[in-house]
Structures are given as structure tokens and as C-alpha cells.
Ligand binder design. Structure first.
Ligand code: SF4
Ligand code: SF4
Length: 227
């Protein structure tokens, strides 16, 4: 069961008198909605009770979310519309949304935003300090709300260049070199709508990634070898 904070949405609706726009809701948990019930006291949402959906090879787990109802009719109507969108999205989603193994086209031409916790996770993963990780791998542009500190660097200055952590350029079979620690922006990236997706591919892939990204050390060594 999950409880999601919808108070800010309700306040917006009350403050402006406008129907709440779906974009103001963190709709990620609604992407895999299976059944919705709205009564006088609750909105009850069940996730994937019977169906299984796949994002690459990861099966999305079953979840259930119950949220306490409030008496703002505009708010409830707005939630209802968001829920309908989520149901439509679920119905139209193919059983398997598979990226061709080694594709990673989207890791070029895309600049994932990073928060402080993203940078700290990457720093811990690489065995580096927060400050050094920020300096080496992040283009610093703090957002107005202070949440994002910038975006990941690319290997060059061109917008189409690859993310600095993308590996596999020799073999042409690409993979993320910091996959377990990748930014939330990358985790949330959805291939739905991408022209390169191949829904005929099997759920399970035998694609084997290579070694993880290793930062260049100051002594000129990487992976124990002199560069
Ligand atoms: S989302 Fe599209 S570009 Fe990115 S890896 Fe999947 S198929 Fe390739
Ligand atoms: S961090 Fe990994 S998943 Fe994210 S853009 Fe870079 S290579 Fe791709």
C-alpha cells in the first residue's frame, strides 16, 4: 500500500479556482493502475493485480495505493481525469516495451538532471567524494528550488555527444557504466513512444554488459592498468 501526498494539488485547486492540471501530480505511481474506486471516503487504486508489465527485463511489482478522500469536488474531478488518463495509458501499453540490447541511443542527446542525492549515490558508487564527483561529472546549474544541482556531463561539447558514463563504444553495444547508481532522471526515463523500441523482442535478454565505469585516477591508472 502506498500513500501519496496530494495536499499541494488540492491547495493549488483551491487557491486558483482552476481545475488541477494532471502535470502537477506526480503521476508515476498511476502508470500501472489496474482498478480504481472512488467512494465518499476513499480513492482506492490497485496496481497490476493480475497483469504483469515489463520495462526491459524488469517486472514491475504489484502495488496497491489507498488515499484518503477529501471533500473538494474540483480536486476529486481532477484526480478522476488523471486516473482515466492512467487507465487509458495502461490499456494502450504493449505487453513488452523492449529496447534493442545495446541501443542506449537515448543516453546521447539527453542530459539527465541530477539532485544532491543522485550525486552522492554516484560518488559512493565510484568511491569518490561528493565534491569531486560534482566537479568531474556534473555541469553545475542549480535549479531555482535548489533540488537539482545540474546535469551529467557529456564526453564532448556537442549536444548529441554521449553521456560520460555510457560504455560500449568499441563493440557498439552500449550500456550504462554506473547502472546501479544512475540518476533518478535515467531511472524514470520511459521508452514508451520511442521509435527504436521493438515490442517483438522477448522479455528476457541475454545481453551481457561489460565492465563498470571506472574513474581515471590521478596516478594515471584505471582498472589497475596504466593508461
Ligand atoms: S528508449 Fe529508445 S533510444 Fe533509448 S535504449 Fe530504448 S529503444 Fe534505444
Ligand atoms: S547515467 Fe547511465 S543511463 Fe543515464 S544517461 Fe548516462 S549512461 Fe545513460
Amino acid at each position: 500500500m502506498e500513500t501519496i501526498d496530494l495536499i499541494s494539488l488540492r491547495n493549488y485547486s483551491r487557491r486558483t479556482g482552476q481545475p488541477t492540471h494532471p502535470e502537477l501530480l506526480d503521476a508515476r505511481p498511476l502508470e500501472h493502475v489496474n482498478r480504481i474506486e472512488i467512494d465518499e471516503e476513499h480513492i482506492t487504486i490497485e496496481f497490476n493485480e493480475k497483469t504483469s508489465r515489463y520495462y526491459n527485463t524488469n517486472e514491475i511489482t504489484h502495488r496497491e495505493w489507498v488515499h484518503k478522500y477529501n471533500d473538494d469536488p474540483v480536486f476529486v474531478a481532477a484526480i478522476g481525469r488523471v486516473i482515466e488518463l492512467a487507465r487509458k495509458h495502461l490499456k494502450e501499453m504493449p505487453e513488452n516495451v523492449a529496447c534493442p540490447p545495446g541501443c542506449a541511443e537515448c543516453c546521447s542527446g539527453y542530459e539527465p538532471f541530477v539532485s544532491k542525492s543522485d550525486v552522492q549515490r554516484i560518488a559512493d558508487h565510484l568511491g569518490m567524494s561528493y565534491e569531486e564527483t560534482l566537479r568531474r561529472y556534473v555541469v553545475e546549474r542549480p535549479s531555482a528550488d535548489g533540488y537539482h544541482v545540474g546535469w551529467l556531463r557529456k564526453v564532448g561539447d556537442d549536444i548529441a555527444d554521449q553521456c560520460v558514463f555510457l560504455m560500449g563504444s568499441r563493440s557498439g553495444r552500449y550500456y550504462c557504466g554506473i547502472y546501479p547508481a544512475r540518476p533518478n532522471d535515467c531511472r524514470d526515463f520511459t521508452p514508451i513512444g520511442c521509435d527504436d523500441v521493438d515490442t517483438s523482442l522477448p522479455h528476457k535478454s541475454s545481453f551481457k554488459v561489460g565492465p563498470a565505469f571506472q574513474p581515471k585516477r590521478r596516478n594515471g591508472r584505471r582498472n589497475g592498468r596504466r593508461l
